[in-house]
Design a protein around this ligand. Structure first.
Ligand code: CUA
Length: 342
């Protein structure tokens, strides 16, 4: 029973993890080869652990019942010292179990550590910032933030870095966590066979805004990915010189207030600045976590610190904007798209 009480808390954690179904934020429903491998290893380890616990608990209970002191029986059992057979059994069984555990673990570790880049690989340099994610595609000469577009059925290799403190890059449905450490480049790979949006999270306490340091992995078919990459690399002139009246006004407001930190279409921004906004109009969320609508966007621009604690260090609030300036700015930001509307 003692052992049962030891595992109970872990069962609750497992139940809790299984409940994190929001936008596939669970490692228990793998959607790619990497996550599958890791999921199978967890499954195998769990199986072996449960087997050990059940066997030990069964023997424990049997011994308790079978050899307990009975009323009126005061004879002392035969005293034994050492038992070669038992010694061999309880040394051999753990060794066998460890070998069963070690073989797939070592094999998968080598597979997971193999981040060799071939012609078909898409390389993404990930930089974690307090509290957002930057994605640079060196071969495609694209930089973006928050929404990580990848082609399906393609090997993606990440080089992971951090600009400030330690963060952790985690896409539960596609792969386990990997730390991003300032001054060190870690790498990992993933593959997504199915199209879809996979939620990513920072998994290392990195400051006030850590809990909202979300991102999306958007897996699209290779053709759509090429279209996206093309649109990002050579954006439509509308993004930079909008012809619509309101958006043109918005662009002006943007140039005066935002362009120093946020690039659009390769213009503006700076290495210490905020996310590239070239395809901002297509983002499902604002700041990685708020629903993308005009009210939230205005609230975010006026006072980011109130929405995501700690973000005010990187982005000041723009509560000085007049309502009509704000409206045209929002109109402009929402027009920033690189994919054809489906
Ligand atoms: Cu970045 Cu937690």
């Amino acid at each position: 029973m003692k052992n049962l009480w030891r595992v109970l808390p872990f069962s609750f954690i497992l139940l809790f993890l299984a409940g994190c179904g929001k936008q596939n934020l669970t490692a228990l429903d793998p959607r790619g080869p990497v996550a599958e491998m890791q999921h199978n290893l967890i499954g195998l380890s769990l199986l072996i652990m449960v087997f050990v616990i059940v066997v030990v608990a069964a023997i424990f209970i049997y011994v308790l019942v079978r050899f307990r002191e009975k009323p009126g029986d005061n004879h002392i059992p035969e005293q034994v010292e050492g038992n070669k057979n038992l010694e061999i059994i309880w040394t051999a069984i753990p060794i066998v179990l460890l070998i069963i555990l070690a073989i797939p673990n070592v094999m998968d570790t080598f597979t997971l550590a193999d981040t060799e880049v071939t012609d078909d690989t898409v390389v993404v340099n990930v930089t974690a910032h307090q509290y957002w994610w930057e994605f640079e595609y060196p071969d495609l000469e694209i930089t973006t933030g928050q929404d990580l577009y990848i082609p399906t059925d393609t090997r993606i290799v990440f080089n992971l870095e951090a600009s400030d403190v330690i963060h952790s890059f985690w896409i539960p449905a596609l792969a386990g966590k990997q730390d991003t450490v300032p001054g060190i480049t870690n790498d990992m790979w993933i593959e997504a066979p199915e199209e879809g949006v996979y939620l990513g999270k920072c998994a290392e306490l990195c400051g006030e805004g850590h809990w909202l340091m979300d991102f999306k992995v958007i897996a699209v078919d290779p053709d759509t990915f090429d279209e996206w990459a093309q649109g990002m690399a050579e954006p439509d002139s509308e993004l930079i010189e909008p012809t619509g009246e309101v958006a043109a006004e918005g662009r002006e407001v943007f140039e005066q207030n935002c362009l120093a930190c946020h690039a659009v279409g390769g213009e503006g921004g700076n290495p210490q600045g905020g996310p590239d906004l070239t395809n901002f109009g297509e983002r499902e969320n604002i700041a990685g976590f708020m629903d993308h609508n005009d009210e939230n966007l205005e609230a975010w621009i006026r006072d980011p610190e109130a929405e995501k604690p700690g973000s005010g260090v990187g982005m000041p609030g723009f509560d000085n904007l007049e309502d009509d300036e704000m409206d045209s700015l929002i109109d402009y930001l929402n027009s920033l798209k690189v994919l054809d509307d489906e």
